[in-house]
Design a protein around this ligand. Structure first.
Ligand code: ADP
Length: 449
């Protein structure tokens, strides 16, 4: 078993991982930047090592500093959380070379899935449905034109190295294609260091449905049901829930089987997510696999009773999965709202500063995953997510009523937040009925604000 875990992350996910470690009797090491010296993850860890300046490249993305911290503290494993180095194959490889267990899949797997065009190819070979589109990367505009004519407009150009909703461009007609291709490719080159693009048919007004996967080192793979992440803004998730309010038992089974097939084809180890989009006729298509724990993992934990971080730690320790897909019982309904430091009225401008007053909701059915506390200074340098409010009830109606009262209760003073926006969003009749798709926020922004 792993004895000491270095958590190569910050914020709520670092705290979440340390809590799981503590419950399992595993020691923890925090790493932090100068800007995070007062952060909660530093206070909760058994040991803490400052690894550099505020800018991520100098600290949370600085592989040498992190590995040095692990060696100095005698950590035998590193949990990367999400973002930062969590999907960095080079980092996973260096961990392996240094004899430190990277809590996640192999570097080869991260590499294969990190190249989204390659992942697509792999799914086609495994007979998992993918969105109609290119067979790999597109070298020339003429190639993109031919293909777009074949699949029909609109199409979406995607960077093979893209992530976090960035590096995508929708093209509605042929006249726009050349310019879009060149700009998107240049943008991808400067943002991700790789300008390679691929093309997919753009599915209009789809739902985003993803399956949580766990795989062990012995080839056992299970799925833990789906999460519906259709409430998005600019291709980034805003609210997630499980189970999805829009799929039937038969479709769930069919998609679950495809997700397992996808993970097995990849010989996937540890926790991962297979993402699909679902069109209006309920056809589903693979879009990508994420090789890490996800922000929205708590909704799956609530409905399955399985602690995903503990499972990650067990799998990384070489333990066999102790359950099969059939053993997993889905019970109740969970909804998660992401609370961000941003101002929705000012185009969601991120905000930093001191939290002068704080009241977090509680009571039956409420879980709050956060690293903020009264007097905490939110640094301007990192992701704007402050907290995740998770409501759990016997059914969707109850979970929603719990979320409504939790969001009515929460108080965060001193900085701008999206709390009111989230409150208004979960009170729309579309959310109430579960009738919305990934374009809902963009189309209704004025009304919600
Ligand atoms: P990222 O890695 O940046 O999150 P994804 O490929 O997972 O990118 O896509 C993120 C979101 O973009 C999806 O949830 C969906 O809303 C939208 N999207 C991606 N591909 C398509 C597509 N082919 N058609 C319609 N929407 C898409």
């Amino acid at each position: 078993m792993i004895n000491k875990v270095l958590v190569a992350n910050r914020g709520e996910i670092a705290v979440r991982i340390m809590r799981a470690c503590r419950e399992m009797g595993i020691e923890t090491v925090a790493v932090y930047s100068i800007a995070d010296k007062d952060a909660l993850h530093v206070k909760l860890a058994d040991e803490a090592v400052c690894i550099g300046k505020a800018q991520p490249k100098d600290s949370y993305l600085n592989i040498e500093s992190i590995i040095t911290a692990a060696v100095l503290t005698g950590a035998d494993a590193i949990h990367p959380g999400f973002g930062f180095l969590s999907e960095n194959a080079k980092f996973a490889r260096i961990c392996r070379e240094c004899n430190i267990k990277f809590i996640g899949p192999s570097p080869e797997m991260i590499e294969a899935m990190g190249d989204k065009a390659r992942a697509r190819q792999m799914m086609i070979e495994a007979e998992v449905p993918v969105v109609p589109g290119s067979d790999g990367i597109i070298e020339k505009v003429s190639e993109a034109k031919g293909l777009a004519r074949e699949v029909g407009y609109p199409v979406i150009l995607k960077a093979v190295a893209g992530g976090g909703g960035r590096g995508m461009r929708i093209v509605w007609q042929e006249e726009e294609l050349e310019k879009a291709f060149n700009t998107a490719s240049n943008e991808a080159l400067s943002a991700f260091g790789d300008g390679s693009m691929y093309l997919e048919k753009y599915i209009v007004e789809p739902r985003h449905i993803e399956f949580q996967i766990l795989g062990d080192a012995y080839g056992n793979v299970v799925h833990l049901g789906e999460r519906d992440c259709s409430m998005q803004r600019r291709h980034q998730k805003v609210i997630e829930e499980a189970p999805s309010p829009c799929i039937s038992e038969e479709l769930r089974e069919e998609m679950g089987k495809a997700a397992i097939k996808a993970a097995k084809a990849a010989e996937y180890e540890n926790a991962g997510t297979i993402e699909f989009i679902l069109d209006k006729d309920k056809n589903f298509y693979f879009i990508e696999m994420n090789t890490r724990i996800q922000v929205e993992h708590p909704v799956t934990e609530m409905i399955t009773g399985i602690d995903l971080i503990k499972e990650q730690l067990r799998i990384a320790s070489g333990k066999k999965l102790s359950f099969t897909s059939e053993d997993i019982q889905i019970k109740g309904h969970a909804i998660e709202c992401r609370i961000n430091a941003e101002n929705p009225a000012m185009n969601f401008r991120p905000c930093a500063g001191k939290i002068t007053e704080l009241h977090l909701p509680g009571g039956r059915g409420v879980r709050v995953d956060t690293a903020i506390y009264p007097g905490y200074n939110v640094p301007p340098t990192y992701d704007s997510m402050l907290a995740k409010i998770i409501a759990y009830g016997d059914n969707r109606e109850e979970a929603l009523s719990i979320m409504r009262r939790a969001l009515a209760e929460i108080v965060v003073e001193g900085i701008d937040t999206n709390i009111e926006f989230q409150y208004d969003l979960i009170h729309t009749k579309e959310f109430d009925k579960g009738h919305f798709d990934t374009s809902f926020i963009e189309k209704n922004l004025e009304v919600i604000l």
